[in-house]
Design a protein around this ligand. Structure first.
Ligand code: LLP
Length: 431
């Protein structure tokens, strides 16, 4: 198992941020999400540095869908990043955390009228407009309030990023954005002349998630820069901001060979410079929206091992006290993970087992082939890199309460999301 960020081993025991995982499991019980706060902050700082936020006025907007408790909003704000939200719920969270609304990008392919109203009333910085329906609603609401809303258009650039099919969003056959090849984008821009309360300031595209290849991003840059020139020539509109979305891949298992934040940012910035130079246009302000690459490796999940079922010559099932309710990614995407036993870190890995969850579903398997040391019921198992799309995609299937979230930093631990109680599980129910 790879040790990420501020993980270390002392006397065979795994520590994260200077705190023993055994002590964390004792203090907060399991399943428990543990986040390495210093790693989150250093990832934010790297993005700011290499994406030239200060020098070029570029922006890094953390994609809240990856993980967005109030505490995370505060970290993102303290690190001076912007925030990408996709729903009224995410927006409300940011609002309750006093996140500066002008630093928010509001995404979504079907924002409801109420969500759009909320965004306008709170004063979000940019709406990322996805379709004609939304455009009309924003105009109407802004006209009534006599304000102008700045927007980007989300475009579908038709790039096939090499990633899992379920999470590809850049292709032509997509529910997201205005397509280029069928003229939808141009039609939307033409319509703008009628809309007095909307100002188009930029374009956005997002080509997929967990992408290791830099090439699709280079294609995306080229398409976006070509569009700036074309839109200036055709419509005399100056687009000053280009939002390239998120999608940078991270390490989950040995098969994953991600680029560093530095490599990724430098490649983007160099390509933009080169392309703009070639086209003879001014370099726009750039925005990127990393989610996973800020938070995935910073989060791990601790579980207690319960039943161990050895089916001779077939398989050994090691069942833990969580599963698809706290991490749906293995069942949904066949996502791979690494694991270890936190009090036997230096032991040799001698067994190949299947780590199973506790839900009533045969597909509730967290890791199909895991190499582990000698294990016994009661051991604490850690699965690493569960920080992105774990807690945010968790559910109450089988009426299993949501797990707690703890931040660790410099030897201290802080509870940031309580474990849901049985009582709270019934909060919404009426008899
Ligand atoms: N911006 C937009 C418009 C997005 O749709 C997304 C992710 C991001 C940014 C952030 O992408 P990231 O840097 O995290 O790859 N649930 C899936 C991932 C879905 C991603 C959806 N959009 C998973 O667990 O793999």
């Amino acid at each position: 198992m790879k040790l990420h960020g501020n993980m270390s081993i002392k006397n065979n025991t795994l520590y994260i941020g200077g705190v023993s995982c055994i002590e964390l499991a004792k203090k907060y019980s399991t399943p428990l999400y543990v986040y390495d706060e210093n790693l989150i902050r250093s990832n934010c700082k790297e993005y700011k540095k290499y994406f030239r936020v200060k020098e070029n006025g570029n922006k890094v907007a953390y994609a809240g869908k990856a993980f967005l408790p109030l505490y995370m909003c505060n970290i993102i704000n303290e690190e001076n990043l912007c925030l990408d939200v996709v729903s009224g719920g995410e927006l409300y969270t940011a609002y309750k955390a006093n996140f500066p609304m002008e630093n928010i990008l509001f995404h979504g392919n079907n924002k409801t009228i109420d969500e759009i109203k909320m965004g306008i009333e709170l004063g979000v910085g940019r709406f990322v407009v996805d379709n004609f329906y939304e455009l009309d609603i924003i105009e109407d609401l802004c006209k009534n309030k006599n304000i102008t809303q700045e927007i980007y258009f989300r475009i579908t650039p038709g790039i096939e990023a090499h990633t899992h099919d379920y999470i590809k969003t850049g292709q032509i056959d997509s529910k997201f954005g205005f397509a280029l090849i069928n003229g939808d984008l141009y039609e939307a821009i033409e319509k703008l002349s009628k809309y007095k309360n909307i100002k188009l300031v930029g374009l956005h595209a997002h080509i997929g998630s967990q992408i290791f290849d830099i090439e699709p991003f280079m294609d995306e840059v080229d398409i976006m820069m070509d569009l700036i020139k074309e839109i200036k020539e055709k419509f005399d509109i100056d687009l000053k901001e280009i939002d390239l979305g998120g999608g940078i891949g991270v390490y989950y298992t040995k098969e994953d060979k991600p680029n560093s934040i530095k490599e990724f940012c430098e490649a983007i910035i160099n390509r933009v410079d080169k392309k703009c130079n070639k086209l003879g246009i001014k370099v726009p302000k750039l925005i990127i929206e990393p989610g996973r690459s800020i938070i995935a490796n910073a989060g791990s999940t601790l579980y207690t091992i319960g039943s161990i079922k050895d089916i001779k010559d077939v398989r050994t099932y090691v069942s833990v006290d969580g599963g698809m309710t706290d991490n749906i990614r293995p069942s949904l995407y066949k996502a791979g993970y690494e694991c270890s036993i936190v009090n036997k870190m230096k032991y040799e890995k001698v067994n190949n087992v299947t780590v199973a969850g506790k839900c009533c579903e045969s597909g509730d398997i967290l890791i199909t082939h895991a190499n582990v040391m000698e294990i016994e019921s009661g051991d604490i198992l850690i699965i690493t890199s569960t920080g992105a799309y774990g807690y945010s995609m968790s559910s109450n299937y089988n009426k299993i309460p949501k797990s707690a979230v703890v931040m660790v930093r410099d030897g201290d631990d802080k509870l940031v999301c309580k474990r849901q109680s049985y009582e709270e599980l019934l909060n919404l129910e009426i008899i």
